[in-house]
Design a binder for this molecule. Structure first.
Ligand SMILES: Nc1ncnc2c1ncn2[C@@H]1O[C@H](COP(=O)(O)OP(=O)(O)OP(=O)(O)O)[C@@H](O)[C@H]1O
Length: 647
């Protein structure tokens, strides 16, 4: 057994080669690295790992933008003249040889000078191409970061009803900035060097594993995932948009210009100057061979002018096709940019107010009071012909315990969304503490509300942050986080986990593997990286409930909602949750949306029974039972089932 462990450790140490490429760590089985890479390729690899992030030049460029741009401008200018330079060197070589042939006395020294000039020009242009391939990705990273930040900020700003039409903007701009055809300056670099081709063939046909090893990059990816539409409701209602944006900016700053292009792209675009020089020189071998032949046997005939003509034609063909390609990319990029900048002109449909909450004269310490006057509402873009809420009028007094019941799709959750101002009513009005809801500053209003809904999800962050975000200002207050975990019924679960509150249940995916079946070490590494902690839906719901309690602990909550949070909870957990919510409900108006009749409905100050977007009955449990209408029908179905079960 001991031996096996030692073997496994040895295998871990020696079975793969590690290469750092920007934010990625690439692992390749060692047998492939030793037997199938050419010496040149291995030379490139060993250099690649060291360059990224360590070069003083990189660090300077990272902070001094003008230099970066100046450098790229100079290199681009060099690319414009390098064709002419090479052509001049070739022509000079050919003419020197031709003169020798015509006069019958080849000037060997002049020929060697011409050959050296050609070698020098080739080395010079290859180095400048290599330098461009090095500078351009950094600039590309900067440009993409700029637009990514812009899109991220703008999409966080937009509310739910406004955002739908602009989901495509991000995709379009990134497509236009793909490394293989995005930034015109990158496009100027000439392609298909032999070495790069070898690298591509060797490393991407064979098994590999790569994963993001840069913590700032993982954080950035995580925050981007949180900024997506999946978490829109939590972000908006939880008022944590600015926390997400601040964290995002911090991670972006920390990441700097380290490349996040895929290892594939990085390996095919980043090679070293020596390999570049070799590649370019290898293309000239026929010319050198021909020159050597002439030296060896000057009597042979040369069609110099034909060769020069051929080179001219080739150069012109190359320039023209590059220009055409370049122009088509510029047009596509300009279109994408125009589309992107439209984002900034979009204003939110839910307009912010300027009244602060609580109102010094109208608000009370008992909780938030609501009045709905003839409210109608249909979801923007919704397919239903019917309004989700129809001519709804009702009053909820400060500090009341309200229960909303009703059939599926009757509008229960929609009322909550309107009270949280996730949407604005189409007609009618909602008053909060006697003032129209639109008059209040959204951030003030949401700060005073706590929502716990069945749709609320866990973020791909640690459990500590997941709970702490109930109160973004105290997200790192571990004592408060643990207190909230206890109140939400999640303390036991946290104790069970190896990393406790620092566990990330479902991290964003940043590891990828290919054909690893034979390579057990790499395979199990990948599986470990992809592994999600096994927790049940009910346990997740307890964690989300803990986030709500964290919000309660912030103090200023005057209105709390639990919208069917109990669907995945066992009866004991559900009872505890309601008890705890009620206990912490002092000074708050509480609304429970539920399908279950029991303690809640019996204790409720007000029950609202919804049907087809309307409140068909309102009153206490006793009053509604006495009515013998919709509520009593719903109640009796459950009561009957219960008595049949126990009977
Ligand atoms: N985001 C949305 N877009 C379009 N229509 C929606 C959206 N959310 C809800 N609806 C529609 O609005 C109506 C009311 O939905 P709501 O979620 O308020 O019902 P509910 O009473 O809470 O239902 P349930 O008991 O099933 O949770 C339904 O017809 C529903 O299909």
């Amino acid at each position: 057994m001991k031996d096996e462990t030692n073997d496994a450790e040895r295998l871990d140490d020696y079975s793969y080669t590690t290469i750092q490429l920007g934010v990625w760590r690439l692992l390749l089985p060692v047998e492939l690295t030793s037997s199938q890479w050419s010496p040149l390729a291995r030379f490139s690899f060993s250099r690649l790992g060291k360059w990224d992030g360590l070069s003083p030049a990189l660090l300077i460029w990272r902070f001094v933008h003008p230099w970066l741009n100046l450098m790229l401008f100079a290199l681009t200018f060099a690319s414009a003249v390098e064709g002419t330079l090479l052509l001049y060197a070739s022509s000079r070589l050919l003419r020197t040889v031709e003169t020798g042939l015509v006069t019958g006395r080849p000037d060997i020294q002049a020929i060697w000078h011409a050959v050296l000039l050609r070698v020098f020009c080739t080395a010079l242009t290859s180095t400048s191409r290599w330098a461009r391939g090095w500078v351009a990705p950094i600039r590309r990273r900067r440009i993409i970061s700029h637009f990514e930040d812009y899109i991220f900020q703008e999409t966080l700003r937009l509310d739910i009803s406004t955002i739908k039409g602009f989901q495509l903007a991000g995709q379009i701009i990134f497509t236009a900035h793909q490394p293989n055809g995005g930034i015109p300056l990158t496009l100027l670099a000439l392609v298909s060097p032999i070495l790069t081709t070898i690298l591509r063939q060797v490393s991407w046909k064979h098994p590999f594993l790569y994963y993001a090893s840069n913590l700032d990059y993982i954080r950035l990816r995580t925050l981007k995932a949180i900024g997506s539409e999946t978490y829109r409701e939590e972000i908006t209602s939880g008022n944590i948009g600015s926390w997400v944006l601040d964290e995002y900016k911090r991670a972006r700053h920390a990441l700097g210009t380290i490349s996040d292009a895929s290892p594939h792209t990085q390996m095919t675009t980043t090679t070293n100057p020596v390999s570049r020089i070799f590649q370019a020189l290898s293309a000239d071998l026929p010319t050198f061979y021909w020159a050597a032949s002439v030296v060896a046997d000057p009597s042979g005939f040369s069609i110099t002018s034909f060769a020069i003509l051929q080179q001219h034609a080739q150069a012109i063909r190359g320039t023209v096709s590059t220009l055409f390609y370049h122009f088509s990319r510029v047009a596509a990029t300009v279109n994408a940019l125009q589309y992107l900048y439209k984002l900034a002109d979009v204003t939110n449909k839910v307009v912010d107010g300027d009244e602060s909450y609580p109102n010094s004269t109208l608000s009370t310490d008992k909780g938030m009071a609501f009045e709905l006057r003839n409210v109608s509402f249909a979801y923007p873009g919704g397919k239903s012909k019917e309004n989700a809420i129809r001519n709804l009028s009702l009053k909820i007094l400060a500090g009341q315990l309200v229960v909303i019941v009703g059939t599926n799709g009757s509008g229960k959750s929609t009322i909550i969304k309107l009270l949280n101002r996730l949407y604005d009513v189409d007609s009618g009005e909602i008053l909060v503490d006697g003032i129209p809801i639109e008059n209040y500053r959204l951030s003030d209003l949401r700060k005073a509300q706590a929502l716990l809904t069945q749709d609320h999800k866990l973020f791909p962050l640690t459990l500590a942050e997941n709970i702490g975000l109930g109160n973004p200002e105290r997200v790192n207050d571990m004592q408060m986080v643990l207190q909230a975990a206890e109140a939400g019924g999640a303390a036991e679960l946290i104790k069970k986990l190896e990393d406790g509150v620092q566990t990330t249940l479902s991290p964003v995916q940043t590891a990828y593997g290919y054909r690893l079946e034979k390579y057990k070490t790499l395979q199990s590494m990948l599986e470990n990286m992809e592994k999600e902690a096994d927790v049940s839906e009910g346990e997740k719901q307890r964690l989300v409930a803990a986030r709500t309690f964290m919000r309660f602990l912030s103090g200023g909550i005057r209105f709390a909602v639990a919208d069917e949070p109990s669907s995945a909870l066992d009866p004991k957990a559900e009872h505890q949750l309601f008890q705890r919510l009620r206990e912490s409900g002092d000074g708050k108006t509480l609304i429970f949306v539920t399908h279950r009749f029991g303690h809640l409905t019996k204790h409720a100050d007000l029950i609202i029974c919804m049907k087809d977007g309307q409140a068909v009955e309102t009153g206490t449990h006793k009053e509604l039972l006495a009515l013998g209408g919709e509520y009593s029908e719903l109640y009796n179905v459950q009561a009957q089932a219960f008595s049949e079960d126990t009977g």
